[in-house]
Write a new protein. Sequence first.
Length: 259
Amino acid sequence: MCRVGTGSTAVAHVVPRRGSSVSALSASVQAARRTLGPGSYFHAGPIPLGPVARGGHHVPDRTRATSGGAGGAAGVAADRTWPQTGLREAGYDVRFVGAGGTGFVASNGSGALNYPAALAGGRWVLPCTDPALIGVEGGGNDATRGATDTQIGGGADAVISTLTRTYPTSKIVMIGTLARGSADGGARRTAVDKVLGAHAADHQVAFTSAGDWLTRYGASHQLPDRVHVTQAGHDLLAGVLAHRLITLNLTSTDLMHQH
């Protein structure tokens, strides 16, 4: 793992390539890379990983993954949220390196910076080698904080461009903003999902929209505080994400065959 600090922005989920020392990551960076000892991870956000050394033992060739900002809420542990569980169901080992309340623009007010600032400041420790898959997820907190389309697009652009430059052989997938459908009160969250989808299309990056999932898959009643999803809701949506990764040919098996 490497701690990367740069003057650029970026954040994401990541899944490593076969034979790499890490499975996945959740942010971006370009700049001086400093190798840390096995298992030395900076727990600050979402991130996917591959084969890693634990206590001197080599773990079988599997990928880990992280998510950007989808931390535990409503009594749900971070490692059981839908992004992480969905990635595991797609065959990946997952490591979280994000922070709740953050996004492409939003910081959480408790010291955790937004994706670009956290990455630029070297707050996250990232893989030193190209992950097989990088998954970028977020947008909900940006919607809540009133971030504009331009601000969100700028943050996403910084993330994707930096990740592409830093990990040129990695696959990248953007995961949209979880929301109700537009006719069911999705409002700004659904709009942000579309902003991210348009950005992904413009940059020819794989994208899976989540802008109507709460309505489409009957999970809109799984919001006890009208914001955070229950464990049952996370489990349901994890299956949806895993299926989407299958249709996009982005499971760990798919990527292993590609390399």
